[in-house]
Ligand binder design. Structure first.
Ligand code: AMP
Length: 337
């Protein structure tokens, strides 16, 4: 049976360079590399979107999410399946079944819940429960590889635990997605990395950090983005070196350069190690980011809403067929059919 790679990116507002280099670009590169031999499912996680505030309309963001993939270079062929989560009802249905096989304890331990819900009583139940929906997103399609940002690794582990428990109780129903180490190997050196804040490189780049210079938005005018790179915080050592623990600022720039150039960070670090001109490195990174944004923004402006919407019917037909077959098996085995 053909293996399946499954991925999706929640877009509730405009994205920044951290999203682009940390998740979008690695996903697109993997999809393009493997779509001749694997099924590549790319879905719009619109049910996940509604767990937190949305800037603009859901529809706009749904279209924007797929436009981002296309503008980042996603190639479409018959193995690439594009669908909206809310158009495949089996996701929500399987999530309910999985809810009844998950414990409050294990779901409460999810770091994202603690961070996003901030432990507040007023946090919505969706923030608590979305890892279960994520497990359903994965298990419906027997997905082996699920390229995600590093903050989602814990949810893959939860998915593996739920699937194993379910299979032990009822028989082989679900394919267990690969463990973290294999997922990481599959994603390669540049998968699951965290892009840092340009002003305070101890922290990750985030939309909510105040200050224009901390982050580069994907709509930033390229020259303005270059200036932000040139003013990024580095350190007071005299030579370039790569070590996120002691040199987060300069390491972040080397990481950005590696991702943009599609090289291994080890290789880029080796090229620059020992050089004394931080300015030269900053200029090279700034040029690379400017070129990246120029190309991305041009492609983005060329993709119409209609072009995106035209991709869904075929993908959703496929997704419903596969997902309903799995859901039917689950319902039968637990006695609901
Ligand atoms: P969020 O915007 O927090 O919902 O994140 C959506 C996805 O983007 C998650 O999988 C994150 O891991 C990823 N992401 C967000 N910020 C960064 C960053 N600075 N570097 C790498 N990945 C990021």
């Amino acid at each position: 049976m053909k293996k399946t790679i499954l991925t999706g990116l929640r877009v509730n507002s405009e994205l920044h360079l951290g999203h682009y280099l940390g998740v979008l670009l690695p996903m697109v590169r993997l999809a393009n590399k493997y779509s001749e031999e694997y099924n590549v499912n790319i879905f719009v996680p619109d049910l996940h979107s509604i767990i937190s505030p949305i800037e603009g309309s859901l529809k706009e963001n749904m279209i924007r999410s797929m436009k981002y993939f296309l503008a980042a270079g996603l190639k479409i062929n018959e193995n690439v399946h594009i669908y909206r989560q809310s158009h495949v009802p089996a996701h929500a249905e399987l999530a309910w079944v999985l809810n009844c096989h998950a414990s409050m304890g294990e779901v409460s331990r999810m770091i994202q819940y603690k961070e996003k819900g901030e432990g507040k009583d007023s946090a919505n139940v969706g923030i608590f429960d979305y890892p279960i929906l994520m497990a359903a997103d994965i298990l419906l399609y027997d997905a082996n590889y699920v390229p995600v940002g590093e903050d989602q690794f814990q949810h893959i582990e939860l998915t593996r635990n739920l699937a194993t428990r379910f299979n032990n109780k009822y028989g082989e129903v679900f394919t267990i997605p690969c463990p973290e180490k294999e997922q990481a190997e599959f994603m390669g050196e540049n998968g699951g990395v965290r892009i840092r804040d340009l002003v305070n490189p101890e922290k990750k780049m985030s939309k909510s950090t105040p200050g224009e210079n901390s982050k580069i938005m994907l709509s930033d005018e390229p020259k303005k983005a270059g200036k932000k790179i040139k003013s990024a915080t580095t350190d007071s050592f005299s030579e370039v070196d790569f070590d996120f623990r002691t040199r987060p600022g300069i390491s972040n720039l080397l990481q950005i350069l590696a991702l943009v150039k599609d090289k291994e960070v080890k290789e880029v670090a080796k090229e620059w190690r020992g050089k004394t001109s931080y300015g030269e490195l900053k200029s090279e990174v700034a040029d690379a980011v400017e070129n990246l944004l120029e190309g991305f923004q041009t492609k983005l402006s060329e993709i119409s809403d209609e072009e995106v919407l035209a991709l869904f019917p075929e993908g959703e037909k496929y997704a419903n067929e596969v997902a309903n077959k799995k859901l039917d098996k689950v319902y039968k085995i637990i006695g609901l059919r």
